[in-house]
Design a protein around this ligand. Sequence first.
Ligand code: SAH
Length: 375
Amino acid sequence: MKFWRIVLFSQLFGFEPAETMKRAVSALWTRRAVRHGSFCTTSTSSSAEAAAAAEKWDGRFRLHKPRGQHLLTNARVLDAIARRAALQPGDAVLEVGPGTGNLTARLLASPASRVAAVEIDPRMVEAVTARAAALGLAEKLTVITGDAVEVEFPPFDVCVANIPYGISSPLIVKLLFGPYRFRTATLLLQKEFARRLVATPGDGEYNRLAANVRLVADVRMLMDVSKRDFVPMPRVDSSVVEIRPRAATPGVDLGEWLAFTRICFGQKNKTLGAIFKQKRMVMNLFSRSCRAVVRKSNTTSVGLDTLDDDTSNEDINVKDDAAVGFSEEELGSFKEKIAGALESAELAGNRPFKLSNEELLRLLRLFNERGVRFQ
Ligand code: SAH
């Protein structure tokens, strides 16, 4: 994955459109759409049959499984996803991986004003473009050919997508920690991944990605989708989740938080006391803390590909040179600062994955106050 960096925080949050106005206009639009039979959920049985025929895979080219090319062909599920996305007039929709356009067709028929779809496979680009033209809705659709993890997205209000599962993590990170402001992302994900995303502290499935996502967004499970609803049938079941970025986020240096959770969740079955007692860890943090003092602190540059939910902990093993030039005395007093923070948080005996973000944030603040830095 290409390493891409962002300068953020101040731009990230605080999105709150004129909701009341939007809702009123939406209600009006929905009534009109229903009257004219243009909203996907109100189609007549004959148009439903025509739509179902278009959704079936005609085998015109070979579907490429490593690219996650599993087409969702159950019309009921497709309708439900489009409905749950609650698209409103004026909305700009972002779809990732439109494939042949089964979901795209519904997004185009919704009250939303426009749809931008990012698709990596030129054959799919052609297919979805032709589908929109056949529906007479080509002017509402912009197809961007490229890798959704790397291309810049146009501004959007709502993201709705049955994504290739291989890019779930980087895509969610990009959506939530990139420079985008949006209302909701309604995403079809691998079931286990979705479970982890909605897990709460203490659940076996809770991990770093869940903690990071929770910091900036609310996530809820909308429905499960059977693997039988896809062509070709994948090995795993799926679930639809809704991710809703929060208007306000805790006042925390995001770069610090991300580096801190990387360390905590890298050894999530150890207690915090054990994690922060390791000599290599102390030396590494000492080095980082010294560097942080000389670094400008008003802008935060975050490497997002380090934000994945892996559980390996490279941090304590990297850069032996981190330890060079420190006296035992300096190291000893730094160790005391770490111990002091843990002691005043009363969290030394706790395992990170059982802690709420509030508890982790409190500990991070105590560390930072004592000059212990993680970036
Ligand atoms: N949304 C469609 C297709 C899902 S299959 C449906 O529900 O039927 C996933 C699609 O994502 C495929 O069309 C595949 O070519 C595309 N894709 C795979 N990797 C991608 C990436 N990195 N960026 C954008 N699109 C990608």
